[in-house]
Design a protein around this ligand. Structure first.
Ligand code: ZN
Ligand code: ZN
Length: 244
């Protein structure tokens, strides 16, 4: 888990953060998955460069985008070095709207006339399940307020950030999970995100063996949550490493 924080991270800039405990320091949400000798990154938030250095990320085989909000995309330029290391373009996947927005927001990357230092990317629209470099990826359509965005399932792991509701059809694709990483912004309700209570309810419904909460706002305390969440559900933190 590279980052476990909400869109503004934790602590929030401009506030008093002298007494913030270690696991409440959260960069913007992202995960890095290594499976069958392939390295997959989900989202490139504004903290991506720092996360990559802190976690010793040497390679990225492909990128999955959940959606185009700033906290999930604004580190895209730091894919530059990874495309250089690979001596090839990096395939980046997302739904049609997400890729359209990314191309619009970072138009210099896709401007063929501009060949100065920039990441070399292939943007690939997702239309259902797909296999990339022998890895089977199942997109999980979810609702993020008035957006249709994506979570992802790879093998027995699913990642759902930025989510206000999960359609039944998607729940059906989330059976027999060993690990679910799930949005939980804060205790009170929010129209674009799951609250802690809603995340717990969904986790019980999905019945993953282990659920880890992410995209947590700065008022959520890791240590309190760890002590109070039901068995099988825990708060995530930056740098959390899970082997399946
Ligand atoms: Zn977000
Ligand atoms: Zn979002």
């Amino acid at each position: 888990m590279l980052g476990s924080g909400s869109s503004v991270g934790s602590p929030v800039v401009g506030r008093d953060y002298e007494n913030v405990k270690e696991k409440n320091w959260r960069t913007r949400s992202s995960v890095y998955i290594s499976i069958d000798n392939k390295d997959i990154l989900i989202d490139t938030g504004p903290d991506f460069r720092y996360q990559a250095i802190k976690n010793g990320i040497k390679n990225i085989d492909f990128v999955l985008y959940t959606h185009s909000h700033a906290d999930h995309t604004h580190g895209i330029d730091d894919l530059r070095i990874y495309s250089y290391i690979r001596k090839d373009r990096i395939n980046c996947f997302g739904n049609e709207y997400t890729l359209k927005e990314i191309k619009q927001n970072f138009s210099y990357i896709f401007d063929l006339k501009n060949i100065s230092g920039k990441p070399r990317l292939n943007m690939k629209i997702i239309n259902g399940e797909f296999v990339e470099q022998k890895i089977h990826v199942i997109p999980l359509p979810i609702i993020h307020k008035d957006w249709n965005v994506l979570g992802y399932r790879i093998d027995n792991f699913a990642y759902i950030t930025d989510c206000s509701a999960i359609p039944e059809e998607t729940i059906n694709k989330m059976q027999n999970l060993d690990l679910l990483i799930l949005d939980a912004l804060r205790f009170s309700q929010h129209d674009a995100h799951l609250s802690v209570e809603e995340a717990v309810e969904l986790s019980k419904k999905i019945k993953a063996k282990r659920t880890v909460l992410t995209h947590m706002g700065s008022d959520l305390d890791y240590y309190d949550l760890f002590d109070t969440l039901p068995k099988g559900i825990e708060p995530g933190y930056d740098g959390l490493l899970i082997e399946l």
